[in-house]
Design a protein around this ligand. Sequence first.
Ligand SMILES: [Ca+2]
Ligand SMILES: [Ca+2]
Ligand SMILES: [Ca+2]
Ligand SMILES: [Ca+2]
Length: 318
Amino acid sequence: MKKATSIFCVAVVAACLFPLSVCPQDRFINCRKFDASIKIVIDGDKSDWPISSFGSPAAIDSRGDLTTGDHFVLNAGTAAYDNQGTGNVYSGPADFDAVTYIGWDNQAFYLLNIARDNEIGFDHARAGTIDANGYLTGSSTGWTNDGIELWLDNDNDRLPLHLDQQPEGNSVNDLQFNVIIDDALQRRDYPNLAEEDYGLRFDNFYYQYKEIFRSGADYNDGDALEYELLSTIDTVTKLDADNKGYTMEIRIPFGSFVMFESTHPIGFNLSWLDWDKGEFSHFSWNGFPSEQPEFYQEMRFTSDRPLGGTSIGQWSIY
Ligand SMILES: [Ca+2]
Ligand SMILES: [Ca+2]
Ligand SMILES: [Ca+2]
Ligand SMILES: [Ca+2]
């Protein structure tokens, strides 16, 4: 009896202590549903986002472990930095800084990227992005300027090992999706173009400022199928008045990409792009090369604490 009592006591103590140690598999990127009262309009204006109801950011600690959170903040100490030119040219938050919020409703996934960047303009982008008359040249679309990259392991299996894995090639379930600020710059610098010429060019490249990469799905054809799909993905970027930052909103309907659904978790990473003086720099949020799904973190689409609404945990129990 005495032995049984002591075993019981040990069990009680263990049960009390267990919640203090969160297993890594219990950590995730928490993509929270918007309260039904919230309506996000994709216009480059963040005032429709219930920013005060977001909690802690999802973060990678110094050991490489994930801390659960519902948005992203650039941490230059834990993000992986990549510069394909002269080496590390990052000089601190005045050079580049970003906070990225996410949320979902029954129809779509939403992202708000608020970036500060000291060098913005076509003179800081990839050479040859635009011609003398202000028309985008269509060269190297979707990867010519400041912006954001989303990395989606939609079947959440952390495969392939590399999104360009050969010889099998790309998977239909995984992809990279980029949105850059070319169209916003073009509107600012060349305000008199025809509306259909902003962000677009009607040759083999129908788009410039948003693009799918590294997907084996049919829609990644660089042509009509991709244009049709990209037309359903709304994005608007507004440049800051001092030309040292921008606000970008993105809406991706669920089902747009193969297995991109709110009904199951996905693997996720993002990276922030900073072109300065014609040179490319890149911060991968999870601290690893962003083409490698094995390092992506699990994103769950949750609805227990709606953004902008009253959480269940705040309900009175009486
Ligand atoms: Ca808005
Ligand atoms: Ca910069
Ligand atoms: Ca996969
Ligand atoms: Ca820049």
